[in-house]
Design a protein around this ligand. Structure first.
Ligand code: ADP
Length: 732
């Protein structure tokens, strides 16, 4: 091989080697670059990780310091809490689920008076044991074991009741223990010594006040007795004086004494009632009573005043409303008396109507009664409507000066009705009359018997003759409710012009201008109209004595109780079906000849009262004997054999109650029962029951009235004796 070739070959080999070197160098370079990048990434990672580690380390430091702060706070809070617990005056302790004390404040521990054993860890049972052994607690007569058992039972109950204990030194501690969720018990011991002492003081004060109120009550009762007894003499004597021959001036004086005395008694009674209500001493005495009768009796009494004034006093008692209820008749009568009395007092002309309606309960056992008293008087300004129900309140002094009154009547009525669970109201316009009303719900004592409302078969139509519009409306409604067709006229002349028509019955007012009811009946008979006539009269006695009485088939009082109306319709029933004949009332049965006078015994220790009594019965046909005490009354009961006894209650030696008891003992052997009527000045609630329970039958309150005595005598007349009342009195 040539050198040139060799050189060429070498050059080629060198070139190839150079190329390989270049290639390897490039590869090395690339590898180096990669390594560099990797190293960079690695170092970045290391930096990051190091930063993270630092963050975690910082966090740990913060948490650690927070924890320290929190711990400090907890310690402060705990210290404060405990400080507060220590500061409060009341005892505070808590126990774990096993009833071991965890902690207690000083006040709680103070009760144990330095007993070292009472400290955290002690059990509740041990505490109970210690307090009984050391006499720390006054457990009274209770044996210590029983007391501990009682306290332990209480402690173990899920929610122990509060318990008051008394310490040896007279202090009172109220224990309030509360069981928590985990079974721990928080125990509070409150020192209530001051409260207990205060309560005791209050109780003592209340007892003293009650005693004072009782004393006031009995003072009032005594005052009532003391005032009533001499008033009995004054009013009674004045009444007797009026019956003697007097000149006009003397009569005026006597009348004034009597009416002033009576007015004073009304005031005394009002003040007494009001004091009793205020002292909570007034009790209601419930019994069955006849409301309708009660209203009619009151109205009859008040008619004396209304007649003088020319006022009409009417009753509109719902025909289907029961008559008998259970309630306190005396107190209802008092309310009615006040309301009707006011209506009459404040009305110069027109009318006063007492209306009674009611709504029965679903089972018919009770009735919600609504009673209104409507007048056409002076009325009440609206701004005074509530004011007048307050005590001593009147509409105004100027206006009231001409009317008597204390301003207590409505206040008493309002309270009485409230006590009965009802309410009272007034609706009025000044100058246009007033309607006072009250409603009470009372048990029904006797519901209306539908058969008693039966109208005779032939009675289909009635002619009402009545000049007074309010009266006419009431009659139309009552008869209409019974299914009787009514036709009304205003005078006798109009009635005669209408008859005979289709009229089965004529119901006429007695007192009418021009032709009165009696004259109408007479004129009807003369004209040949034979249908029966019922005459309604405010004074039935006068009507009975009218020569034209025989033309009238029934005379009924006005206002007319429903029972009287039904009884009259029933008596006439044959006349509606049978051919009509002129009616003549049968004459009263003749008195048995040779009958003796009634024997009446009256016992009273007071000479004036005996004198008053003898004068009051002077006109009666009776044989009267007096006893001056209970012993004499019993003796006379046996020797005199009375038909009726009037018995004073307060008498020396033997009082009226004891005397009556003895009389009833004597009668128990003979089987007789002579009525004994109490005469008393006592007016406090409960007296009546007390007296009646001693065996007395009736009760009269002093001052006695002639009519009350006569009423009792007439009611007690036995068969075979002469009527004790003179004819004019008997009729009324
Ligand atoms: P008194 O009638 O004794 O004054 P009341 O308490 O019964 O006391 O009545 C209080 C007042 O209410 C009366 O004074 C009167 O001014 C007024 N009053 C009561 N009823 C009526 C009435 N029917 N019409 C007008 N005013 C009345």
């Amino acid at each position: 091989m040539s050198l040139a070739n060799k050189l060429a070959e070498e050059r080629r080999a060198r070139l190839a080697a150079e190329r390989l070197l270049e290639q390897k160098q490039a590869e090395l370079h690339a590898a180096n670059r990669k390594l560099g990048k990797h190293a960079l990434a690695l170092s970045e990672e290391i930096v990051e990780t190091r930063a993270e580690v630092q963050t975690v380390r910082d966090e740990n430091e913060r948490v650690k310091s927070d924890l320290t702060v929190a711990n400090e706070k907890i310690q402060i809070a705990e210290r404060r809490l405990w400080h507060s617990i220590e500061t409060i005056q009341d005892g505070f302790a808590f126990f774990d689920i096993d009833s071991r004390m965890i902690a207690a404040n000083k006040a709680w521990l103070a009760v144990f008076d330095g007993l070292e054993d009472v400290k955290p860890g002690v059990s509740y049972i041990e505490i109970l044991q210690l307090v009984t052994e050391e006499g720390i607690i006054d457990i009274g007569d209770m044996p210590p074991a029983a007391w501990r058992e009682k306290m332990l039972d209480r402690w173990q109950s899920p929610s122990p009741e509060a318990e008051v204990i008394r310490l040896w030194n007279g202090e009172y501690i109220k224990l309030i223990d509360q069981r928590g969720h985990g079974g721990d018990v928080v125990s509070l011991a409150l020192n209530i010594t001051d409260t207990v002492r205060y309560e005791k003081k209050l109780n003592d004060a209340r007892r003293a006040a009650e005693a004072a109120s009782k004393a006031k009550s009995s003072f009032l009762a005594n005052m009532s007795h003391e005032i009533r007894t001499p008033m009995n003499g004054i009013v009674g004597m004045a009444e007797l004086l009026i019956d003697t021959s007097l000149n006009e001036e003397q009569r005026l004086f006597a009348d004034t004494i009597k009416s002033s005395g009576e007015a004073l008694l009304v005031i005394i009674n009002d003040v007494l009632d009001y004091s009793k209500i205020e002292a909570g001493k007034l009790e209601l005495h419930e019994e069955p009573f006849d409301l309708e009768r009660c209203i009619h009796e009151l109205v009859t009494l008040m008619q004396v005043n209304t007649r003088d004034k020319g006022l009409d006093l009417l009753v509109d008692y719902d025909i289907f409303l029961p008559g008998r209820f259970i309630g306190d008749p005396g107190r209802l009568r008092q309310v009615l008396t006040n309301l009707i009395g006011n209506a009459v007092k404040f009305t110069e002309e027109g009318h006063v109507i007492v209306r009674a309606t009611g709504v029965p309960s679903d089972d018919m056992r009770q009735t919600e009664l609504h009673i209104t008293i409507e007048d056409t008087g002076i009325g009440i300004p609206p701004d005074k409507a509530q004011h007048i129900f307050g005590e001593f309140n009147q509409v105004d002094d100027e206006r009231n000066r001409k009317f008597e009154g204390t301003g207590l009547g409505l206040a008493i009525s309002e309270r009485l009705i409230r006590m009965m669970g009802g309410h009272i109201w007034v609706e009025s316009e000044e100058g246009n009359g007033a309607v006072f009303g009250f409603s009470v719900t009372l048990p029904t004592a006797e519901s209306v018997d539908p058969s008693s409302l039966h109208v005779p078969e032939g009675l289909k139509t009635a002619l009402i003759v009545e000049d007074q519009p309010a009266n006419r409306t009431i009659l139309e409604r009552q008869l209409g409710a019974l299914g009787i067709r009514t036709q009304s006229v205003q005078s006798g002349a109009e009635a005669l012009a209408t008859l005979p028509g289709e009229v089965d019955l004529v119901v006429t007012d007695h007192i009418m201008p021009q032709m009165d009811g009696m004259e109408l009946a007479e004129a009807m008979r003369e004209a040949g109209h034979q249908m029966p006539v019922i005459l309604l009269s405010p004074s039935p006695t006068t009507a009975e004595q009218d020569p034209a009485r025989r033309h009238v088939q029934a005379v009924l009082g006005r206002p007319t109780p429903r029972a009287d109306l039904f009884a009259a319709l029933d008596r006439l029933k044959d006349r509606f079906t049978a051919p009509r004949a002129p009616a003549v009332e049968p004459p009263p049965p003749p008195e048995p000849a040779g009958a003796r006078a009634m024997r009446v015994l009256a016992a009273d220790d007071n000479k004036t009262n005996r004198l008053v009594f003898s004068k009051m019965v002077k006109a009666l046909d009776i044989e009267l004997e007096f006893a001056t005490n209970g012993i004499e009354a019993v003796a006379l009961y046996e020797s005199f054999d009375p038909d009726l006894v009037f018995m004073d209650i307060s008498m020396p030696e033997m009082d009226g109650k004891e005397a009556t008891r003895r009389i009833r003992e004597i009668e128990a052997r003979s089987g007789r029962h002579v009525p004994v009527v109490a005469m008393t000045a006592h007016a406090m609630g409960g007296d009546k029951e007390d007296i009646l329970s001693a065996g007395l039958d009736h009760y009269l309150t002093k001052p006695l009235s002639k009519s009350a005595i006569s009423g009792q005598v007439a009611a007690a007349q036995p068969a075979g004796t002469r009527p004790p009342l003179p004819e004019d009195q008997a009729a009324s």
